[in-house]
Design a protein around this ligand. Structure first.
Ligand code: UGA
Ligand code: MN
Length: 254
């Protein structure tokens, strides 16, 4: 099976650095297809060129977040869900373009700021419906993970502390979906109109029950992905320059 990694991305000072790092990790993954979805009105030069030189199989899509769901200046990040339009656009693309019975794949939501180990992709390749595993550095914990029954080998709960009442208290990085299984559920998608932190539960509830989850990473005892977040760079002097009508990156893509 081919791994289809869906990555929403948006313009910001660290975007090229994030995507460069990600593309080098993905180069080491065999049978890999990157679906990168820009949160913009049209494809940007930066992303277009990065993909062209990436040596990866890829599909470049765009899906602007509707204005009413865009984060306002100085509004805290957690107020609005992120990646919704982009991931739904990628799901639509897969349903239209990878719907043949011979298309074998696994679909994974790979945000552009996380850290991925190669082992993660090995683990997810055998998923028949939905596979799950621990995610490091998320939900206020060192590791958030499914709890597995020693007798049945199935998921019987979670160790999550943040909104543990969610049906699937798991980060976007903690699961992947078999492509044909996903195609068999043509309505399943993300939604803006759900509570903060409920994106994962929204999608997964439309796909499976708890008992159908397939634990990976040694019965969910190993961490192969980290919910890292990149610090915003200090650009105070850049702002000062701008006031003088100058910039440090004139004709230089950073
Ligand atoms: C957490 C989860 O890890 C996300 O998968 C989930 O979408 C998010 O919460 C949520 O609840 O909406 P967090 O680290 O806070 O994620 O989110 P980001 O990494 O900032 O954003 C997730 C993805 O959406 C990233 O790939 C980012 O590039 C993209 N994004 C973010 C956009 O495309 N547009 C934006 O305006 C912001
Ligand atoms: Mn993130």
């Amino acid at each position: 099976p081919i791994i289809y990694a869906i990555t929403p991305t948006y313009k910001r000072p660290v975007q090229k650095a994030e995507l460069t790092r990600l593309s080098y990790a993905f180069r080491l993954v065999p049978n890999f297809h990157w679906i990168i979805v820009e949160d913009s009105e049209k494809p940007t030069k930066l992303v277009t060129n990065l993909l062209r030189t990436s040596m990866l199989n890829y599909t470049h899509l765009i899906a602007p977040t509707p204005a009413s769901w865009k984060r306002k200046l100085r509004e805290p990040k957690w107020k609005k869900p992120r990646g919704v339009s982009q991931r739904n656009t990628a799901l639509k693309w897969l349903r239209l373009n990878r719907n043949k019975p011979t298309d074998r794949g696994v679909v994974y939501f790979a945000d552009d700021d996380n850290t991925y180990s190669l082992q993660l992709f090995t683990e997810m390749r055998s998923i028949r419906k939905v596979g799950v595993w621990p995610v490091g550095l998320v939900g206020g914990l060192m590791v958030e993970r499914p709890i597995i029954s020693a007798s049945s080998g199935k998921v019987i709960g979670w160790n999550s502390h943040w909104r543990p009442e969610r049906k699937f208290p798991i980060d976007m990085a903690g699961f992947a979906i078999n492509l044909q299984f996903l195609i068999s559920k043509p309505q399943a998608e993300f939604s803006f109109n759900v509570e903060r932190g409920f994106q994962e539960t929204t999608l997964l509830s439309q796909l499976v029950g708890l008992e159908e989850l397939e634990p990976r990473a040694d019965n969910c005892t190993k961490v192969y992905v980290w919910h890292t977040r990149t610090e915003e760079p200090n650009l105070n002097d850049e702002k000062a320059l701008k006031k003088l009508g100058q910039r440090s990156d004139e004709n230089i893509e950073v």
